[in-house]
Structure formats: C-alpha cells, structure tokens
Ligand binder design. Structure first.
Ligand code: HEC
Length: 121
C-alpha cells in the first residue's frame, strides 16, 4: 500500500469515527443512476461526493449542509429539500426548471441516502 493510500484511509477512518458512523455508500450498493451522476457532477463540487458538505462557496457564506447529519435530515421534509434545489437558499444556487419532478425526487432520495439513520430503517 502506498503512503498516500494509507493516509487517505486513515483520514477516512478518522472522519468516520468522529461521526460515529460512516455515511459513505459504495456505488455498487446504490447503483449508478441519473441522480448519482448529477450529484457527483453538479452538487458534489460544494456538498462533497460523500455528502458531508465542505467549504463555503464564498467568504462569509454559509457552508453547504452536511447531509450525513441526521438532525439536519430530520428537520427537513422532502418538499423543503426540493424547494431549496429549485429556488436556491443562501449560497445554494437556484436550479430553477433544470430538473424535472422525477429528477428532483431522485436527488432527494440521493440526499436521504446520506442519512445515517436511514441505514437503520
Ligand atoms: C455553489 C455551491 C453549491 C452547489 C453547486 C450546490 N449546493 Fe446545495 N447548498 C449549498 C450551500 C452553501 C447550502 C447551505 C444554504 C444555507 O443554508 O444558507 C446548500 C444547501 C442545500 C440543501 C439544504 C437546504 C435546506 O433546506 O437547508 C439542499 C437540499 C441542497 N443544498 C441540495 C443540493 C443539490 C441537490 C445540488 C445539486 C443539484 C446542490 N445542492 C448544489 C451550496 C451548493
């Protein structure tokens, strides 16, 4: 194992432990879908491919939500998540009519898949 791989694993392990649960799901488990691809290519830039959020898009802006936080997940209805995607919110861009209702539903499912509580259901 190269030194870099080892470091990546250690960092990954450390972040998983600090959350008490790892919220990464392998692609094999989810299956590559339109929502997965969209999330990876469009949303992950800010939200991270693991959904944990990350850096604010601009100085002073709110950081993207951590989708691995069950408290956040529980505080939002599916409709509220869809509305945020369509209309935007703070540093979150408005996607308007870019996504169909079916696309939005897929993206909401994708966001829900990061919820550690959902795994126990
Ligand atoms: C330019 C960076 C950026 C991109 C790209 C982005 N987001 Fe966000 N997103 C944010 C930020 C910042 C927030 C936090 C907004 C706030 O609470 O002020 C956020 C919040 C959210 C929320 C939570 C809204 C709420 O109810 O608090 C959802 C859901 C969301 N994003 C979904 C998506 C999806 C799906 C995509 C891809 C289609 C996406 N985002 C792309 C930056 C981004």
């Amino acid at each position: 194992m190269s030194e870099r791989t080892l470091w990546t694993r250690l960092l990954w392990l450390a972040s998983g432990l600090s959350l008490g649960v790892s919220c990464h799901r392998s692609d094999a488990e989810l299956g590559p879908s339109y929502a997965d691809q969209t999330f990876t290519s469009v949303c992950a830039k800010c939200h991270g491919s693991n959904g944990r959020g990350g850096r604010p898009a601009a100085e002073g802006a709110n950081a993207p939500r951590n989708f691995c936080d069950s408290g956040f997940q529980a505080s939002r209805s599916d409709e509220q998540l869809k509305r945020a995607i369509v209309r935007g919110k703070g540093g979150m861009p408005a996607f308007g009519t870019l996504f169909s209702d079916a696309d939005l539903a897929g993206l909401v499912r994708k966001i829900r898949s990061f919820d550690p509580a959902a795994k126990k259901r």
